[in-house]
Design a binder for this molecule. Structure first.
Ligand code: ZN
Length: 108
């Protein structure tokens, strides 16, 4: 199941999301349901939390982050590999310390 992060007064914001990002979230969630049916895909950031970085594609609705703390560590690479295979080369997928960052960046 897809969940948006809600912790205290801080919630993940979806306003100004671009269709390319929405598509990627849908694909990421389908993959999650198939590989790890007992886990939820928790989206921790879309257009929020990156105001300090003017160049971040989050601010333009072209990126999202998903939580990895509930992932079985041994399966993160498998998930990343399958997500990269499922999405086009226009997406950049990066494993960060606390999350997977996915952005639509056809320029790269
Ligand atoms: Zn990010």
């Amino acid at each position: 199941m897809l969940q948006m992060k809600k912790e205290g007064d801080k919630s993940c914001l979806i306003s100004r999301i671009k269709p390319e990002t929405l598509f990627a979230i849908t694909v990421a969630n389908s993959l999650m349901e198939r590989l790890f049916p007992k886990l939820n895909l928790v989206v921790t950031s879309i257009t929020d939390s990156h105001e300090e970085d003017a160049n971040s594609l989050h601010n333009y609705g072209y990126a999202f982050d998903m939580r990895i703390r509930d992932f079985p560590p041994a399966y993160i690479e498998t998930y990343l590999e399958q997500l990269r295979r499922a999405l086009s080369d226009e997406y950049t997928i990066v494993l960060e310390e606390t999350h997977i960052h996915v952005e639509f960046d056809p320029e790269e």
